[in-house]
Design a protein around this ligand. Structure first.
Ligand code: NAD
Length: 309
C-alpha cells in the first residue's frame, strides 16, 4: 500500500505550525509583546460613568484616543467626560444610552457613526449585579442582568462590527468576569450572563478567524472581584491567592492586554489554575478546595452599589 503523502505533509505542517505558535507564546511570557498605538483610534466604552469604565476612559485619553462614552446615568457620564477633558483629551463624546434596550443601542450607535465616525475599539463594560440567592432574585432583575451583561453585546457588535470588517481593522473587548468561568453562590443570573458574554465573544472570534478577518482582534477579560462600588461588601476567604483587586491595577492590566492584543486576561493569575483544576478534579475534591478557599461564602456580606439613577 502506498503511503498517503498528502496527509503526511499536512501532519508535518500542522506539527511545525503548532511548535512555532508554542514557541511564540513561550517567548512572549519572557519578553512583553509589542504594544499597538491607539492614538486617533475611536474607542467606545459602555458603562463609562463610573468604576472601571471611567478609569479605562482616562487611560485611553492619555494614549491619545478619541473617546465615545456611553452610560445610562447622564450625570455620571458627563462627569467622566469632564475628567477626561481635564486629563488632556480633545475629542470626547458622551451619550446617554440604556444598553439594556436594543432600540437605544441602535439609535445611539447610528448617531455616533454620523457624529464621530467608525468605532475601532469597542469595550463592552457596562454591567449590573443582582447578588441574591436564585429563588430570591426578582424576575425583572434577572432579565436586566442578561440585557446589560450579555444582550447589549449582541446589539453593539451588530452596530459596529460591519465597519470593522469593511476596514479589516477593529478590536472587540468583552469585560466579563471570573464569574463567567466558574459558577458562584448567590450570583446565578450574573454568572449565566457573564458565561454567555464569554461564549459569544469567543464564538465571534472563531468566526473572524474562519473568515480570515485577521485585522479584527478580540480580548476577553475575566477578573475576580475589584474594589469598585458594584460588589461593595464582598470578601475573600483567601487574600493571598484570590485578593480583591484594586481598580487601578485591574485597568492597567486590561489596557496592557488590549495593547498587546491578548485574547484572554484572567486576574489574578490563580483564576487560570482554578479553571484548570475545575476541569480535571473530581467534583467532590473541587468543592472541598472551594470551601477551603472560602469561594462558597464570597457574597455573604454583599451590599452592592448605591442606586444613583
Ligand atoms: N467590580 C467587580 O468586582 C467586577 C469583577 C469582575 C467583572 N466586573 C465587570 O466589570 C464591568 C464594570 O464594572 P464596575 O465594577 O466598574 O461597575 P460599576 O457599577 O462601578 O460601573 C458600571 C457602570 O455601568 C453603567 N450601567 C449599568 N447599567 C447600564 C445600562 N443599562 N446601560 C448603560 N450603562 C449602564 C452604570 O451606570 C455604571 O456607570 C462590569 O461589566 C462588571 O460586571 C466587575
Amino acid at each position: 500500500m502506498t503511503p498517503n503523502w498528502k496527509s503526511v505533509e499536512e501532519m508535518l505542517i500542522f506539527l511545525g505550525k503548532s511548535l512555532l505558535s508554542l514557541l511564540e507564546s513561550l517567548l512572549f511570557t519572557i519578553i512583553p509583546r509589542p504594544r499597538k498605538n491607539v492614538a486617533g483610534e475611536i474607542v467606545l466604552i459602555t458603562g463609562a460613568g463610573g468604576g472601571l469604565g471611567r478609569l479605562l476612559a482616562l487611560k485611553f485619553a492619555s494614549l491619545g484616543s478619541v473617546l465615545v462614552l456611553w452610560d445610562i446615568n447622564e450625570d455620571q457620564n458627563e462627569e467622566t467626560c469632564k475628567l477626561v477633558q481635564e486629563a488632556g483629551a480633545t475629542r470626547v463624546y458622551a451619550y446617554t444610552c440604556d444598553c439594556s434596550r436594543k432600540e437605544d443601542v441602535y439609535s445611539v450607535a447610528s448617531q455616533v457613526k454620523k457624529e464621530v465616525g467608525d468605532v475601532s475599539i469597542l469595550i463592552n463594560n457596562a454591567g449590573v449585579v443582582t447578588g441574591k440567592s436564585f429563588l430570591n432574585c426578582p424576575d425583572d432583575l434577572m432579565e436586566k442582568s442578561f440585557d446589560v451583561n450579555f444582550k447589549a453585546h449582541l446589539w453593539t457588535y451588530k452596530a459596529f462590527l460591519p465597519a470593522m470588517i469593511a476596514n479589516n481593522h477593529g478590536h472587540l473587548v468583552c469585560i466579563s468576569s471570573s464569574a463567567g468561568l466558574i459558577g458562584v453562590n448567590k450570583l446565578a443570573d450574573y454568572c449565566a450572563s457573564k458565561f454567555a458574554a464569554c461564549g459569544f465573544a469567543e464564538s465571534v472570534l472563531a468566526e473572524t478567524v474562519a473568515q480570515k478577518q485577521n485585522g479584527i482582534k478580540t480580548t476577553i477579560v475575566c477578573p475576580f472581584f475589584i474594589k469598585t462600588e458594584m460588589f461593595t461588601g464582598v470578601s475573600t476567604g483567601c487574600p493571598f491567592l484570590l485578593p480583591l483587586l484594586e481598580p487601578e491595577y485591574a485597568v492597567t492590566k486590561i489596557i496592557d492586554a488590549i495593547l498587546q492584543e491578548k485574547v484572554y486576561l484572567y486576574m489574578p493569575k490563580f483564576i487560570y489554575i482554578m479553571v484548570f483544576l475545575r476541569s480535571i478534579l473530581p467534583l467532590k475534591t473541587a468543592l472541598i478546595l472551594a470551601e477551603y478557599l472560602g469561594v462558597l461564602n464570597l457574597m455573604d456580606g454583599f451590599i452592592g452599589a448605591k442606586k444613583k439613577e
